[in-house]
Design a protein around this ligand. Structure first.
Ligand SMILES: Nc1ncnc2c1ncn2[C@@H]1O[C@H](COP(=O)(O)OP(=O)(O)OP(=O)(O)O)[C@@H](O)[C@H]1O
Ligand SMILES: [Mg+2]
Length: 105
């Protein structure tokens, strides 16, 4: 799941592009993964379709990476979001609720 986001960041970046990855907790209830790149970014209409299966702008892409991320995150009752600006870069954020004692797994 995180690998799909990291590969997207790499694909969007130039060879010397910086990618920042962070993982932490927000309070006691959520963990948060962030993958930020300074690559090509996305236009509004690309952002709108990014999570759709088979949507891709890459010649060798399947367009399944983000659809898979979304279905995994959904199955953990989490949230995934993309913030992006064309030419500036993209931030992918995943929030997943932490398990508490007594939760069904
Ligand atoms: N970090 C990013 N920067 C710019 N565009 C992105 C980024 N992540 C996703 N996208 C856009 O969203 C589209 C869909 O992403 P997704 O991961 O689902 O498929 P893909 O990367 O094209 O193919 P695959 O994941 O199968 O290799 C990409 O083709 C690209 O247009
Ligand atoms: Mg991908």
């Amino acid at each position: 799941m995180s690998l799909n986001l990291i590969l997207n960041a790499i694909n969007a970046s130039k060879e010397d592009g910086k990618i920042k990855i962070s993982l932490g907790n927000i309070g006691n209830h959520y963990c948060e993964l962030k993958v930020a790149d300074e690559g090509i970014g996305m236009k509004a209409d690309e952002l709108e379709h990014a999570f759709e299966p088979f949507y891709t702008t890459r010649a060798e892409g399947t367009g399944l990476g983000l659809a898979i991320v979304k279905s995994i995150v959904d199955s953990h009752r989490g949230r995934v979001s993309l913030t992006s600006e064309a030419g500036r870069g993209t931030l992918a954020k995943v929030n997943i609720p932490l398990l508490s004692k007594g939760d069904d797994i």
